[in-house]
Ligand binder design. Structure first.
Ligand code: THU
Length: 134
């Protein structure tokens, strides 16, 4: 899929986010190897720490529907510039999606594409748990 098209889907997902407290809308669109796309928005609750980012909403929706292989995630936000995934989402994406393309879109509809490994170098991975399982 054209990265611009996936980015447009992230913009669409942004409109369904529920950022009750921050008022900062974020949308994500996760592309699976089989072509399926899962959308996610950030969701906030009155216990602020229970907020879930748009990226993790999309990933958990996809995983819980049985998806296991991913190609790219696009992210759109209310900020004028590119919205990179937060640290927690980088870890989740690294563990569950691997080294996928991360496509960010700004308000001018320009896109920037990075590999997840560029955004999270020297990541903690499940291999690092192996000593505990010996
Ligand atoms: N947020 C995301 O959904 N994704 C990001 O990559 C950065 C931050 C959300 C979390 C919170 O609802 C709001 O943006 C402000 O931090």
């Amino acid at each position: 899929m054209d990265p611009k098209l996936l980015a447009e889907k992230a913009v669409e997902a942004k409109s369904r986010a529920l950022p009750t407290y921050s008022k900062f809308h974020v949308g994500a669109a996760l592309l699976c190897e089989n072509g399926n796309v899962y959308l996610g928005g950030n969701i906030e609750t009155s216990s602020y720490g229970l907020t879930i980012c748009a990226e993790r909403t999309a990933v958990f929706k996809a995983i819980s529907e049985g998806e296991r292989s991913f190609k790219a995630i696009a992210i759109a936000s209310d900020a004028p510039g590119f919205c990179p995934p937060c640290g927690a989402c980088r870890q989740v994406l690294s563990d569950l999606c691997g080294n996928i393309d991360v496509i960010m879109i700004n308000h001018k509809n320009e896109i920037d594409v990075k590999k997840l490994d560029e955004l999270l170098p020297y990541a903690f991975k499940d291999d690092d748990l192996s000593s505990a399982n010996k």
